[in-house]
Structure formats: C-alpha cells, structure tokens
Design a protein around this ligand. Structure first.
Ligand code: ZN
Ligand code: ZN
Length: 139
C-alpha cells in the first residue's frame, strides 16, 4: 500500500522499491521524532513483516542516499530522521533518563551561519546539535 509519492521518491534516489522500503520510508516521513532501528522495526511490523536486519540495511541505504540523517542517541544507539526538503537544520534535545529524542525548532539563517563559521575553512555539509538533559516528563 505504498503511495505513488513514496515510490517516486525511492525511484528518484535510485533505490529499488520494495514493500519493506516503502513502508519504512513512509513511517520515517511521518514520524514526529527521530527513531532508532528497533522502534522502526516495531512500527513497521503493523504494516508489513520486515525483519530487523532489513531495517538496518534499509536505514544504511537511506542514509547513504541522503533520505535520512543519522546521529548518535543514548548509549550510542543511532537515531534516524527523515530529511524534509527545504527544511533548515534543527537541534535535538535528548533525555538522559528515558532516552527520548525531541526535535527542537529550526535554526534560523543567522544561527546556521554562526555554526558554519565555527568550522572556519572547513566545508560544512550538515549541522547536528544535541542538547542533553532531563525531559519535562522525567523531571
Ligand atoms: Zn525523559
Ligand atoms: Zn529532528
């Protein structure tokens, strides 16, 4: 039940459309917060039976093709987030108690410039900022 939009997106990135990949992309696109492989695996099991190895492989491919960004979460577990076209980078907040990752507001142009300038003559491809602390629910 993958939509044409999902199929087109996979095709445009040179990724073979399979039921598993389509459903994983669909979940990532609609997720409100970054997900790790195991939560994605749980979420996808409602739609299609995708094994965990496929989830890992697909995430790796999505990352290589620039569909998702990857960043380290609690205990070094990678978190994945769909990169919405035209959206600016945004920082994340991670709770040290429950491990939840929350998306914060987008960086403005000046903010992005400020961080990019820190790298001086290096070329910046992406900005990942994570604020660590204790979330509202765990306080
Ligand atoms: Zn928490
Ligand atoms: Zn985010």
């Amino acid at each position: 039940m993958n939509s044409d939009e999902i199929k087109e997106e996979l095709k445009s990135k040179g990724i073979k459309n399979t039921k598993a990949k389509g459903s994983l992309l669909h979940i990532l696109k609609n997720a409100e917060a970054p997900m790790d492989a195991s939560s994605l695996h749980t979420a996808s099991s409602k739609e299609a039976s995708v094994n965990l190895v496929t989830v890992y492989r697909t995430l790796q491919q999505f990352h290589e093709k620039g569909l998702v960004q990857e960043f380290p979460g609690k205990d070094g577990v990678s978190q994945y987030e769909y990169i919405h076209q035209g959206a600016n980078a945004h920082p994340h907040f991670q709770c040290e108690k429950c491990g939840k990752v929350i998306c914060l507001g987008e960086l403005g142009f000046d903010d992005a410039l400020y961080f990019s300038n820190m790298a001086k003559q290096h070329k910046v491809n992406s900005i990942n900022i994570t604020l660590n602390g204790v979330c509202e629910a765990c306080l």
